[in-house]
Design a protein around this ligand. Structure first.
Ligand SMILES: [Zn+2]
Length: 69
């Protein structure tokens, strides 16, 4: 289990999100931005259209570096 904050994942608040795997974290973050930050969700969708791997490339290393709890 690892915990990251919304901000670390490219969002804008300090809400902590926990997940067992990177895939789960992507799902948790997607749900969080859709619920809480529709503007961020739109930005991420635009980013995804331009380069589907950009967000993962920037964010996955932070997940890898986060301590296992
Ligand atoms: Zn947030």
């Amino acid at each position: 289990m690892k915990t990251m904050t919304c901000k670390e994942l490219g969002g804008k608040c300090d809400q902590k999100l926990s997940a067992e795997s990177w895939d789960e974290m992507v799902k948790a973050m997607t749900k969080h931005v859709v619920d809480r930050h529709p503007d961020v969700a739109n930005e991420m969708e635009e980013m995804h259209k331009q380069d589907p791997h950009k967000w993962s490339k920037e964010t996955k290393p932070k997940w890898d570096a986060a301590p296992e709890l």
